[in-house]
Design a protein around this ligand. Structure first.
Ligand code: NBP
Length: 478
């Protein structure tokens, strides 16, 4: 065969990645379960580069130069296993299967281990940027063996987004590392979106701004430290008018946010790792709460404060406070995500370079932002940074924003406007900042009802109090 890469699964993502490879001069073998998609790609885009369309699995494999590289872009889950089972018997040791779908990293670990026994490299790869990113340059997060990256890496880097000449693609780590990092990316994306939504809600219901005015505020913010793709598209959505009603578009959309599941996986995995990703969790919960029409019906109209838009003179100052609350909360959400990557990397022995993750998210992906340069710089200065807040520049910014941040959270509570992500971020900041936590009381309760023991602040050892006995004597257990 002559094709340097083959793509099987030619729906929007696979088709656009195949075109992206071809536009970069690679010969691309094409395959799809339903051959009509393969033919349509060649008919519509065949002039863009060198494609080798195939219809059977055997022809597809035969079209590839060796070692073979097959990119699987089918629906995640069962279809991915079916496609692997179809192709693996046709491959030889040294060949590489790349899964660019949104697989769960534990599935990727399972698949990688199984294929490794047969000498086949399995590269679970996160791809972010949606349909447009796939064509124009996504952010790419490949896992798998270092050996597979040697031949595959340059091709993936070629088709990835570039920022300051650097590709938004790097080898993340063995087996499931790439899909794990993609999962956390999506969790952070959920948090970013929820924080922006809360900022909008407060500006509208407390600040008294119209959607068009808020679009303008977001455009201004987009020239500063919040400069990001998500802020940019938020302004576009808010400025959009519904053509049939003439109303702001945001007012005619049903207020129920859906999810495909990667945010939920992030929180489920964080619970297993023991990582308190509270802002990400609130973002996932906010989407599920919005969909519970039965609950919303039961609560709707219950007595409580009604937000009153403030006088115009005060709303400018309020908008500035919201910007500060948004920025500080964003730093906390990212800090939670990076801590999760650190812990995942430790638990699974992946040796993930935290700074490199920031670098490859600067372009191509949904959370791309100037902010990621800052995170990248922080890790460049200190590669073993335990937390973003251990970086003096981030610490200064967050502590500097906190008066405004507290005021916004207090105003939200007093006005009856929900701000779960802003509030969770602030509570996280205050939890970790505290000299003493009421966790001491929790541990006392645990010792009382379950003899779970406790440590003392003043001397080493493990202790238990005999709560049921009159003297409540303390016994040292070790
Ligand atoms: P879909 O997730 O909609 O999957 C459609 C493709 O899967 C078609 O090629 C279809 O073949 C194939 N397929 C299915 Br369904 N079941 C199959 C089976 N049993 N055997 C073989 N092929 C099967 O496509 P997509 O939206 O392009 O996404 C592809 C992957 O990329 C997914 O894992 C997705 O999560 C991930 N992803 C998507 C985005 C995005 O923005 N859409 C971003 C990043 C990652 P057919 O034509 O014969 O039905």
């Amino acid at each position: 065969g002559t094709a340097q890469i083959g793509v099987t699964g030619l729906a929007v993502m696979g088709r656009n990645l195949a075109r992206n490879f071809a536009r970069h001069g690679y010969t691309v073998a094409l395959h799809n379960r339903t051959a009509a998609r393969t033919r349509a790609l060649v008919a519509d885009f065949g002039h863009e580069g060198a494609f080798v369309p195939t219809e059977t699995a055997a022809d597809f494999v035969a079209a590839l130069e060796r070692p073979r590289r097959l990119l699987v872009m089918v629906k995640a889950g069962e279809p991915t296993d079916q496609v692997i089972d179809e192709f693996a018997p046709l491959l030889e040791p040294g060949d590489v299967i790349i899964d660019g779908g949104n697989a769960h990293f534990l599935d990727t670990r399972r698949r990688e281990a199984r294929l490794r026994e047969r000498g086949i490299h399995f590269v679970g790869t996160g791809v972010s940027g949606g349909e447009e990113g796939a064509l124009e340059g996504p952010s790419i997060m490949p896992g798998g063996s270092a050996e597979s990256y040697e031949s595959l890496g340059p091709m993936l880097e070629a088709i990835s987004a570039k920022v300051d000449g650097e590709p938004c693609c790097t080898h993340i780590g063995p087996d499931g590392a790439g899909h794990f990092v993609k999962m956390v990316h999506n969790g952070i994306e959920y948090a970013d979106m929820q924080l922006i939504a809360e900022a909008y809600d407060l500006l509208r219901r407390v600040g008294g701004y119209t959607p068009i005015q808020i679009a303008e505020i977001f455009r201004t913010w987009n020239t500063g430290r919040l400069d990001s793709y998500l802020i940019e598209i938020t302004a576009e959505v808010l400025a959009h008018t519904d053509s049939t009603t003439g109303k702001p578009f945001v007012d005619i959309v049903l207020d129920q946010a859906e999810q495909k599941g990667t945010g939920r996986w992030t929180v489920q995995t964080a619970l297993d790792l023991g990582d308190p990703v509270s802002v990400i969790a609130q973002a996932v919960f906010a989407r599920s709460a919005s969909g519970h029409t039965d609950l919303r019906q039961a609560y709707r109209g219950l007595d409580g404060p009604t937000a009153h838009p403030m006088a115009t003179a005060d709303s400018n100052a309020f908008a500035d406070q919201v910007e500060q609350a948004l920025y500080a909360s964003k730093v906390i959400a990212y800090d939670q995500g990076w801590k999760m990557i650190l812990d995942g990397s430790r638990d699974y022995d992946w040796s993930i370079d935290q700074g490199a993750v920031a670098r490859i998210w600067r372009g191509g992906c949904i959370i791309r932002a100037a902010f990621l340069n800052r995170i990248s710089d922080a890790y460049r200065q200190r590669p073993d940074l335990p937390s973003l807040l251990a970086d003096p520049a981030f610490a200064d910014e967050v502590t500097g924003a906190q008066d405004a941040w507290r005021s916004v959270v207090a105003t939200a509570a007093a006005s009856g406007v929900p701000a779960p992500a802003f509030s969770a971020a602030l509570a996280y900041f205050d939890t970790l900042r505290a000299g003493r936590l009421p966790a001491a009381l929790t541990q006392g309760q645990r010792d009382f009802f379950g003899a779970h023991t406790y440590h003392r602040t003043d001397r080493p050892g493990v202790f238990h109090t005999l709560w049921a006995e009159p003297g409540r004597a303390e016994v040292q257990q070790s």
